[in-house]
Ligand binder design. Structure first.
Ligand SMILES: Nc1ncnc2c1ncn2[C@@H]1O[C@H](COP(=O)(O)OP(=O)(O)OP(=O)(O)O)[C@@H](O)[C@H]1O
Ligand SMILES: [Mg+2]
Length: 227
């Protein structure tokens, strides 16, 4: 079964009198357990597409189905619940919560949605911090760690609830070359170990080089894949 199905997705942003057509009819099926990248020029619609895939926004028309659920038809509450249980997010700016420690940031999504016993929750957090090599920094706050370390924490957070799908928008844009490679390697290892599907939006050739499948978006439409 396809993990993600997009059926003729269109998205217009309306600001005042002006309508911007950001996506103009995208149809696509994505199989589970892959490393997939959307590439394309700035303003072509990559972030818009990721937001629709994650249920953070709704298409103007068309259907988005993730793991058998039509998320484009869910109300806000149901959409948040579905997201919490099925989708992890990694952002360019890390988006860690500054007042929470590294440990608490990874624990946060588990508190939000899952009815996990506390002991199991602690085990999950500890295990994820270990996997990303951040166990010894667990007590620190985001302001006290480096960019690469922040992104490793974000990877741990995105995967803590064991989602089927992780969406990553320019996850390496704020990292130096060597650190970016480390974070990509980490995501690759997680993908293999946990059988998570990763979907990236990126300009970064390092990410693109690792992708098993690449889709190019130009001016709100898919053009032929290059891989
Ligand atoms: N909230 C918004 N309101 C109005 N227009 C928007 C909004 N977000 C994006 N757009 C417009 O939609 C189009 C697609 O933007 P999007 O952010 O998806 O591009 P992108 O491919 O992610 O670009 P980049 O590579 O620069 O991140 C652009 O024309 C953009 O100006
Ligand atoms: Mg973008």
């Amino acid at each position: 079964m396809s993990l993600v199905i997009l059926e003729n997705i269109k998205k217009d942003y309306i600001t005042g009198e002006i309508s911007t057509p950001a996506l103009k009819g995208i149809s696509l099926s994505i199989e589970p357990g892959k490393f997939i990248s959307f590439i394309g020029p700035s303003g072509s619609g990559k972030t818009t597409l990721l937001n629709l895939l994650g249920g953070l926004d709704r298409p103007t028309s068309g259907k988005v189905t993730v793991a058998g659920t039509e998320i484009s038809a869910l109300d806000r509450r149901a959409s948040a619940k579905f997201r919490g249980e099925n989708i992890g997010f990694i952002f360019q700016n890390f988006n860690l919560i500054p007042v929470l420690s590294v440990y608490e940031n990874v624990e946060f999504p588990l508190l939000m949605v899952q009815e996990l016993p506390p002991a199991e929750r602690r085990l999950r957090v500890t295990e994820m911090l270990e996997k990303v090599g951040m166990s010894d920094q667990a007590h620190k706050y985001p302001g006290q760690i480096s960019g690469g370390q922040k992104q490793r924490v974000a990877v741990a957070r995105a995967l803590a609830a064991r989602p089927k799908l992780v969406l990553a928008d320019e996850p390496t844009a704020n990292l130096d070359h060597a650190t970016a490679y480390k974070v990509i390697g980490l995501m690759h290892a997680m993908k293999k170990e946990l059988d998570t599907t990763f979907i990236f939006a990126t300009h970064d050739q390092k990410v693109v080089g690792e992708a098993e499948q690449i889709y190019t978006i130009e001016d709100g439409l898919l053009s032929a894949g290059v891989k």
